[in-house]
Design a protein around this ligand. Structure first.
Ligand SMILES: [Zn+2]
Length: 93
């Protein structure tokens, strides 16, 4: 699989995760897992916007205002995961 194909598959998987979220959270989490695996296999960096859409600790799909809270603090994006109750900090550049 080329990196370009992988990127478009990851994009698609996150879109599907978002669509599935309302009805089936587990399915969303599964999509995130697949997207992560593709990324790891090809050593792809997760695009910034997707980094905010899953938890670094439990890897669950996160939706701001539903099962996560996103804030910015001192130049960092702080994501609180309500699934595992942990924080993920992503530096803003
Ligand atoms: Zn979590």
């Amino acid at each position: 699989m080329s990196k370009q194909i992988a990127r478009s598959r990851i994009k698609k998987l996150f879109e599907e995760a978002d669509k599935a979220f309302k009805k089936n959270k587990k399915l969303s989490n599964r999509y995130v897992e697949i997207a992560r695996k593709i990324g790891m296999k090809l050593n792809l960096k997760m695009p910034k916007k997707y980094k905010r859409q899953f938890c670094r600790h439990c890897y669950k799909y996160l939706k701001n205002g539903v099962n996560s809270r996103v804030r910015t603090n001192k130049g960092k994006v702080v994501i609180y995961c309500m699934e595992c109750k942990k924080y993920t900090r992503i530096p803003l550049k």
